[in-house]
Write a protein that binds this ligand. Structure first.
Ligand code: FAD
Length: 396
């Protein structure tokens, strides 16, 4: 069986390694558009951007791992087409056959339109190693930055910039930062953290355009306010990498639609990671996290080899900002109540009725671990007990 993996990132690397550890001894070819070997992205907006982590520590496996495990790694070569009838993919002039194909194409950062200055020099996104290497020189004491978008990536970049002494203004169009992913309690906590570190956090502030002609010189907001800046970072979300799948006629639904085995609408094609949406609790979700990329890819590897087991997501996420490690377990979608376990440090517990859905722990690793165990076991402690800040063990 010849397996071809398109996308040499977190999910692709996990899939290839798992196929080998499960005993698959057929050909594996992993094709990546980026020149770097498979690497982890989280440090790009944290330790690596800060200069605290050498490049080699980003690599998911030592360079020799791939050859030693018989994985043919082709880097810097985007796959441009899939021919489902012939079971081949096209890379440059070459056509590569597959028996089973995996699409682990990740996602791409949304960019501001060129018409409002989105393509000016001095405007950066934070997705790839090349993105971060390109912006690094801007991080110097006294420089002025505007971060557009108060999601995790924008907030992490803002925290790193402050550590370098950059003056940071963060512009969020929604009424509060993290509005898409967290409760007001978490937004308020994190906005306060940034304000205490000297970031000007503007919420409900719509962008009109990036100013400048040859290079970004700042931003103008919809209310006419102008903010001067030496550089701009945009963190305004991502779009799933589903272009190849779309062109091949696979079913899409907020990314590449897969079933609970990780199979697309073509039985010989699978997908995992940021680009794949999958069934979850009667609906369909797509997760943008390391944990999901690894677990889903490993489930796909097993299913490619005939395991025929459903993938059950156990969502978790973390974010590092200043000295805070924010940890999240579960998915808060559909919550109707947030209970605060006061701390310090506090944690915010999301409930739907009496059911515990998720927890955001603000630097409380024990609360996170307990919450995660409860959620994964389908157990829901009495909200009043949580609010009363009892011994965490009592909740278990
Ligand atoms: P990726 O790792 O993006 O890999 C996809 C690869 O496919 C890319 O290299 C891409 O170039 C390649 N590709 C796309 N199209 C083609 C093609 N046609 N041909 C060949 N190759 C192609 N998650 C957390 O859980 N915690 C965090 O703290 C966290 N921090 C993050 C910080 C940053 C700055 C970023 C960008 C992400 C962060 N994430 C975090 C998210 C996490 O990194 C992603 O969810 C994870 O990388 C998804 O893995 P993936 O394999 O689906 O996609």
């Amino acid at each position: 069986m010849r397996v071809v993996i398109v996308g040499a990132g977190q999910a692709g690397a996990a899939l290839a390694a798992k196929l080998r550890s499960l005993g698959h001894d057929g050909q594996i070819t992993m094709i990546g558009a980026e020149p770097a070997p498979p690497y982890q992205r989280p440090p790009l907006s944290k330790a690596y951007l800060l200069g605290d982590m050498p490049e080699e520590r980003l690599w998911l496996r030592p360079a020799e791992f791939w050859a030693q495990n018989g994985v043919e790694l082709r880097l810097g070569q985007p796959v441009t087409a899939i021919d489902r009838a012939a079971q081949t993919v096209t890379v440059g002039e070459e056509v590569i056959p597959y028996d089973q194909l995996a699409l682990t194409t990740g996602s791409a950062p949304r960019r501001l339109p060129a018409a409002i200055g989105g393509d000016l020099p001095g405007v950066y996104t934070v997705r790839t190693l090349a993105d971060v290497d390109a912006m690094r020189a801007e991080f110097r004491d006294g420089a002025r930055a505007v971060v557009i978008g108060g999601g995790y990536i924008g907030l992490e970049a803002a925290a790193v910039a402050r550590k370098f002494g950059v003056e940071v203004t963060l512009v969020e169009a929604a009424p509060r930062i993290l509005a898409r992913v967290a409760a007001p309690e978490t937004s308020t906590f994190i906005a306060g953290l940034h304000r205490r570190h000297g970031v000007t956090v503007l919420e409900g502030a719509a962008l009109d355009r990036i100013t400048g002609t040859d290079r970004a010189t700042g931003v103008r907001l919809a209310d006419g306010q102008e903010i001067a800046a030496d550089f701009i970072i945009t963190g305004i979300g991502i779009t799933p990498g589903s272009d190849l799948a779309a062109a091949a006629g696979l079913v899409l639904d907020n990314g590449i639609a897969v079933d609970d085995r990780g199979r697309t609408s073509d039985p010989a094609i699978w997908s995992a990671g940021d680009c794949a949406s999958f069934p979850y609790r009667g609906g369909r979700i797509r997760l943008e996290s390391v944990g999901n990329a690894i677990d889903q890819a490993e489930a796909v590897a097993a299913n490619m080899l005939g395991a025929d087991k459903p993938y059950t997501a156990k969502p978790w996420f973390w974010s590092d900002q200043y000295d805070l490690k924010l940890q999240i377990a579960g998915l808060n979608t559909g919550y109707d109540r947030v209970v605060t376990r006061p701390g310090p440090p506090p944690s915010f517990w999301y409930y739907r009725g009496a059911e515990l859905l998720a927890i955001d722990a603000m630097g409380d690793a024990r609360a996170y671990m307990v919450g995660k165990r409860l959620i994964e076991a389908g157990k829901s402690p009495d909200p009043d007990l949580v609010a009363g800040a009892p011994d965490l063990k009592a909740l278990l």
